[in-house]
Write a protein that binds this ligand. Sequence first.
Ligand code: UTP
Length: 296
Amino acid sequence: MRKVKKAIIPAAGLGTRFLPATKAMPKEMLPIVDKPTIQYIVEEAIESGIEDIIIVTGKGKRAIEDHFDYAPELENNLIEKEKFELLEKVRQSSNVDIHYIRQKEPKGLGHAVWCARKFIGNEPFAVLLGDDIVQAETPALRQLMDQYDSTLSSVIGVQTVPANQTHRYGIVDPVSNDERLYQVNKFVEKPAPGTAPSNLAIMGRYVFTPEIFTFLEQQDIGAGGEIQLTDAIEELNKHRFVYAYDFEGKRHDVGEKMGFIKTTIEFALKNAELRDETLEFMQTILKENLSLNKGK
Ligand code: UTP
């Protein structure tokens, strides 16, 4: 039995929801407090037991490669200034071995995954999206890998979302479940409001058997003018069971502005150095804004 050892992190999207910040900078480099979002994702992959990571990049994404590279000048400078704690943080991001491949045009998430097919070969593999940071006792990807080990089938990470949010996600139509593991009748990409078959939304963590590449290869342009990963999952599910797993953990949506702001506040409150001052600041602005509202 083959274990899941490799992971793809697609990061070639245009990040339009964060323009103009993402005009010259990858959205994956936007920090939550002091760490770029993509580093949280890489750390989850490694903590889950992934040994090889490939990041799919595109135009204007050089900063991602630089971030995970060795930075001798910076390290020497921190050593000279005896800033050893910072040195440790800088070294953490260059200790991982990461491969890169370019998606020449942003033709969609499905196409980005397909671009990494030669790196994966004929093995099961994981996909992690940078838009979702998950805090969990057992890393979200590890939970899916454990399900793969027992089913030997592709497993898609899902969580429940409110009914008025289903149109933003890929949604599963479950047939039956064994605790958190669902057999799936259908996968639907961004269903029109009011038409979703359930509230179980695909959350940016996947484990695939390599057959998914056959279906990605056959894909036409789908919803939003892109090659959709969800459409290929739906095709694969017609030939072999694809399971959905409702993973445990708190998921933070950092791919859109409000989620990004909320996550920043939550992470600042979890940081021992920042917690008290952040709380104080929040109390002050809350008071100011409440009194402003009263004056209206
Ligand atoms: P998103 O739908 O979040 O798109 O892609 P985006 O371009 O990153 O951001 P917005 O919507 O324009 O603000 C989901 C994931 O798929 C990757 C993205 O980098 C992101 O991780 N992706 C998307 C690609 O790698 N290539 C693509 O062509 C499209």
